[in-house]
Structures are given as C-alpha cells and as structure tokens.
Ligand binder design. Structure first.
Ligand code: ZN
Length: 133
C-alpha cells in the first residue's frame, strides 16, 4: 500500500470524528473570507471567537478543522483564538441568576429545574484582523 493512501485514511477518520467542528470551521472561514474581501483585504491574520462552555464545541478539534478549512482561502494561516465563555442561567421560578455548568442546571436558591440558559451556548466570531497589503 503506498504511503499516501494511509494518510488519506487517517485524514478521513479525523474528519469524521470532528464533523460538527468541521462544518463550524467551514462556516467561520466563509464568513471571514467574505467580509475580508468586502473590506478590500487579501489576507486574514487572526480570528477571535467566543465559544460558550455549554455549546458542546470541542475547541481543539475546531482549531484543527479551521486549519484544514482555511486552505486556499484568504484565512489560510490565520491564527484562531478561542475565548471560552462561562454558562449563565436564570431561574424561571425565582429569577435568580447563577453560573451554569450543564444544560440541565438546578437553581441553587429555590431548587427549581426551570432554568433558562442566558449565556454559554453561543459560538460567534468576535473580531478578525485583515492584512491589507
Ligand atoms: Zn430559583
């Protein structure tokens, strides 16, 4: 078996395991590439993201997939910086706000399970840097 087919197999497995992150990475690359071109920039040097701790996104996988997804785009070689955002819940029973570390949180004040997640599920591009030269 030639060495390159082994490489292809490994790559297929890795992609399969981070399929969710791969599609997120493709979306991010498309978004920033479009905006960079609209702004007249040719190359994106860094992208800053906010990822909620309750979003289920595997950050390491996302960074890996971003490298792959950005090849042959203006975002190729850009540094991806991911800032984690803590979960925040709001109790629907007593209106208490508290830190949430799971989507099935319980209110520490009244013990209720009617908790609205107000922060921590999002994944968004906060900013990116364009090299205009
Ligand atoms: Zn409560």
């Amino acid at each position: 078996m030639p060495a390159c087919s082994v490489l292809e197999q490994v790559r297929a497995i890795v992609y399969h395991e981070c399929m969710h992150e791969m599609s997120l990475a493709v979306n991010i690359v498309e978004l920033v590439s479009e905006k960079a071109q609209g702004a007249g920039g040719k190359k994106i040097t860094s992208v800053e993201l906010e990822a909620g701790k309750l979003s289920g996104v595997m950050i390491e996988a996302l960074v890996f997939c971003f490298d792959a997804a950005s090849r042959n785009t203006p975002a190729e070689g850009a540094r991806l910086e991911v800032r984690e955002v803590d979960g925040l819940g709001n109790c629907l029973g007593c209106a208490h706000s508290f830190a949430l570390d799971s989507l099935l949180g319980q209110c520490p004040q009244c013990g209720g399970y009617g908790v609205e997640t107000v922060q921590g599920k999002e994944l968004k591009v906060v900013s990116f840097t364009i090299d205009e030269e």
